[in-house]
Design a protein around this ligand. Sequence first.
Ligand code: HSE
Length: 299
Amino acid sequence: MAIKVEVPASTSNLGAGFDTFGLALTLYNTFEVEENNQFEVEIIGEGADKLSKGDDNLFLKVYKRTCQELGIPCKPIRVVQKNNVPLGRGLGSSATAILGGIITATALGGINLTTDEVLKIAFNFESHPDNLVPALVGGFVTCAVDRDKVYFERIEFPKELQILVLIPEFEILTEEARKVLPKEVSLKDAVFNIQRATLLISALVNRDFDLLRVAVEDRLHQPFRGKLLKGFDTFKELAYSFGADAVFISGSGSTIGVFTRKNADQIGEEGVRLYREMGISAKYLVLEADEKGARWSRV
Ligand code: HSE
């Protein structure tokens, strides 16, 4: 049996929703899998020269662990990973491999898991839900973790907003970007974030886009990570001066996310130019929300 699994990239946090908000994007990693007489990995695109093709390959690790957990035979497979999601840029590339591995194991094993069951396995590999959930179900999600269980709600993302991602060439590892965060925050800062996170949801649902700029401000992570992410503050001002609706760090960076109703390409080009002036190469993509989430088909 041969299958193709497609998993969307995602942006997470979106300002005040640290470890809470996530949005699936129309940018995909694809895993073309066929049964084989041994395990084999080929990687095309992002990370081809960097990612393990052996036992440490995340997709394979997850595939094998899922078979084990479900008590199904772990058939040797050959996988061609076609990666369009840049690594270490806050766009959920690990989440695509984790979900790809789980979906492959269940599809080849003829097993149907619920969303909750998929997330439970996925959580063994990544303990924040904000990339896993949108990549699995699509759309804009808000998540809450209670003990080991993830609760989430999904809303449709307004079509009027274009999603621009400005991707500098340098990586920021989530693990490192979590180390710079304070262990405790003041009540004042907690309230600041609750106000803005709830405002963001209401503004998206009610299409009150003029509120987005205030709603993506945050005091839990961006002020600290902004220091790791060269160019963030300058680009933020620049993007707003060209009419952007919201500018935020995508996940733990290094990508910067922008919601805008106008000038998306112009904002992207200005961002690339800004980084070039700093001696850093960057690219931008104008995307939409993926409303379907991870999917597979026979090939
Ligand atoms: N929310 C995580 C963080 C990244 O900002 O560290 C995505 O899992």
